[in-house]
Design a protein around this ligand. Structure first.
Ligand code: NAD
Ligand code: GLY
Length: 367
């Protein structure tokens, strides 16, 4: 339970011209009219969620939205990464069409990154685009997936391979929802929080190390700062490079190895955040191998991930299988593997890496 006073709501703006929006972060936001003010008033809203999250929060969201809409529909998608696919996406389209939803209909994504990514993709493509709002309920979604407009579904051959860039109208992060999150999901979210330190903010990395026990204990002040600082960093990156022509790639630190773990084991066997945490450990070892960072850095990151209760030994899919899976990565060009590497604490770089260096890193670190 939260051990320190509830912080007041704050807003982190994302500057994207006429598609700018705010991330609202705070406690008790269901009952805070300001968090929902200014959203379009329309005939219909569709809340997309899953059974586990809807049971906990659909009623509260419905009450928050009641002043804005004549009709509020709820759709529960099957839970889990294994269902982030065409079949689930199609359930959203079927519901929208069967209910006669027009292009003013507003979609609300109530849940973690799986619900958020699919709802966003549905919003991007239904009638060529309808408005949507992210209401993230996992730490991972609050610090990363709900922010910045990447939407996608998985394909058996590759993670997040089919999707669109499409920004929400707003992101509403109610920290209270983190109280019901299973411990394993909290740790998965911490992986994406940790990510922001090495890639963008050495002081934040120090802060996470100092506050990790408070974060694991769900101290509300510590979580509020972690969400706010993570969103500030992501907002700055996205404002500069919305469509990942360059800088935004740094947000994928650990993801090249991580996506291979997820696809290789089968979606949902490891949580996305777990795969990213282990992927960051491998990418930091690769940074050391290439002479960009001292060995102490990789040890420091590994210890922090271990303390966050994340797995740090990569599953042994075989080095060749890793290479095969990583060549499908969106950063790969012409079959050449490219990785986000750390070149100074708080600064990342995207580099092509020879297969031999990747093989050597895998050989040293597979479970
Ligand atoms: P998730 O959406 O599967 O949620 C994790 C689990 O927690 C689910 O079982 C869910 O039902 C449950 N849950 C959610 N909120 C809860 C709550 N408050 N209380 C209790 N249970 C709750 O997983 P995730 O970690 O939130 O998201 C991972 C997904 O996000 C991956 O598909 C990943 O690719 C995607 N992602 C996208 C981006 C992006 O920029 N779009 C960035 C990072 C990750
Ligand atoms: N999570 C990576 C990105 O949003 O670009």
């Amino acid at each position: 339970m939260p051990s320190s006073p509830v912080p007041t709501a704050c807003r982190v703006p994302i500057a994207l011209g006429d598609r700018s929006y705010d991330i609202v972060i705070g406690s008790g936001l269901w009952h805070d009219a300001a968090a929902w003010q200014g959203l379009p008033r329309a005939a219909t809203a569709l809340m997309v969620s899953n059974p586990a999250v809807a049971r906990l929060y659909a009623l509260a969201l419905r009450e928050a939205l009641a002043p804005h809409f004549k009709r509020i529909l709820t759709l529960e998608l099957p839970d889990g990464e294994a269902h982030k696919d065409w079949a689930s996406l199609n359930l959203i389209f079927e519901r929208l069409l069967s209910e006669g939803c027009d292009r003013k209909t507003v979609l609300f994504a109530l849940g973690g990154g799986v619900v958020g990514d699919m709802t966003g993709f549905a919003a991007a493509s239904y009638m060529r685009g309808v408005p949507f709002v992210q209401v993230p309920t996992t730490l991972l979604a609050q610090v990363d997936s709900s922010v910045g407009g990447k939407t996608a579904i998985n394909h058996p051959l590759g993670k997040n391979m089919i999707g669109a860039f499409y920004q929400p109208l707003r992101v509403v992060c109610d920290l209270d929802t983190l109280d019901t999150l299973p411990d394993r999901e909290l740790s998965a979210g911490l992986a994406e929080v940790i990510k922001y330190g090495p890639i963008a903010d050495a002081d934040f990395f120090d802060w996470i190390e100092a506050k990790l026990d408070a974060l694991l204990a769900r101290d509300r002040q510590a979580l509020a700062h972690a969400v706010q600082r993570s969103c500030q960093i992501k907002a700055a990156v996205v404002a500069e490079d919305e469509r990942e022509n360059g800088l935004r790639a740094i947000l994928n630190f650990g993801h090249t190895f991580g996506h291979a773990i997820e696809a290789g084991l089968g979606y949902g066997v490891w949580l996305h955040g777990e795969a990213v945490g282990c992927g960051m450990v491998l990418a930091s070892e690769l940074s050391v191998r290439l002479g960009l960072m001292p060995a102490a850095f990789a040890g420091r990151l590994r210890r922090l991930c271990e303390r966050a209760r994340l797995p740090v030994r990569a599953p042994d899919l075989g080095a060749e299988r890793y290479l095969e899976l990583m060549r499908i990565d969106k950063k790969s060009e012409g079959g050449e593997l490219r990785f986000v590497l750390i070149e100074a604490l708080g600064r990342a770089t995207l580099r092509a890496v020879p297969d031999a260096e990747v093989r050597a890193t895998l050989a040293a670190h597979l479970a």
